[in-house]
Design a protein around this ligand. Structure first.
Ligand SMILES: N[C@@H](CS(=O)O)C(=O)O
Length: 250
């Protein structure tokens, strides 16, 4: 089984999230999820998570979810959505660079995932890229980010301008999900007056992916590194090329 397949709905390892003070519809949503998994005969080894009250609880809960053999990406998305962004909790990781967006490692997820804070100054963005066969969840901690989604270029396209197929905007606290089966994307802070901060989870962790030239569709390997780790600046010269996929117009 490859890593992607291991992210189907969980069956023998059940992890659920309780909606503590939710509305009727919240509770219905929770019950539906229980039913779905119940139909699969999943009643053993059940773990119930409360919605995280702070960043530390979010990290600990994610470690529980990812300790299971199978991981339900809908649950990860719901769990990340239910964390209400609080700047006091993540500001030590939020380090900006005037030239490009930064990647700041928060937690290595017991080897199962990397959790990082990305900081986007006004109008900064990534280039079009893939995700190394990993799962990518992105939660907005501050500001609003825009995602442009692209199809993979095909050999028969030849040299071809890449055109976005969808454009999504994500405000504070929303979570987006992508993997290579869904296509390619680039993310930017569309604001010329406000910064943006996002929290990214990648599983499995990766340090190389592919970046694409929007004008031609040509791809290149791109190493990804960290501007800081655990709140401390990463030493220059030890982490290879810079962290970001930077579009030519940035
Ligand atoms: N995947 C990018 C950020 S984004 O544009 O999704 C990165 O990890 O640097």
């Amino acid at each position: 089984m490859n890593e992607m397949e291991s992210f189907n709905h969980c069956c023998s390892d059940n992890v659920h999230m309780l909606k503590s003070s939710g509305s009727q519809s919240d509770m219905q949503q929770y019950s539906d999820k229980m039913d779905f998994e119940g139909h699969n005969g999943c009643e053993e080894d059940e773990i119930t998570l409360n919605p995280p009250q702070n960043l530390q609880e979010l990290i600990e809960g994610l470690k529980v979810i990812f300790s299971k053999e199978k991981v339900n990406t809908d649950l990860v998305k719901d769990f990340m959505t239910s964390y209400k962004s609080n700047i006091k909790e993540w500001k030590k990781f939020a380090k900006f660079d005037k030239h490009r967006y930064t990647r700041n490692l928060v937690d290595e997820g017991n080897g199962k995932f990397n959790l990082m804070v990305l900081c986007w100054n006004e109008a900064q963005g990534s280039s079009i890229h893939s995700h190394a066969n990993s799962h990518c969840l992105m939660k907005v901690l501050d500001g609003t980010v825009q995602e442009q989604l692209y199809d993979w270029p095909t050999e028969s396209d030849g040299e071809h301008k890449m055109v976005p197929q969808h454009v999504n905007q994500y405000p504070r606290n929303q979570v987006a999900y992508i993997n290579d089966d869904l296509g390619l994307h680039r993310v930017e802070n569309p604001s010329h007056s406000d910064k943006a901060v996002t929290l990214h989870l990648y599983s499995p962790p990766f340090d190389e992916c592919e970046s694409f030239d929007e004008k031609t569709g040509h791809k290149n390997k791109a190493r990804v590194t960290f501007w800081s780790k655990f709140g401390h600046r990463t030493p220059f010269g030890k982490t290879g090329v810079d962290a970001s996929f930077v579009p030519e117009n940035n």
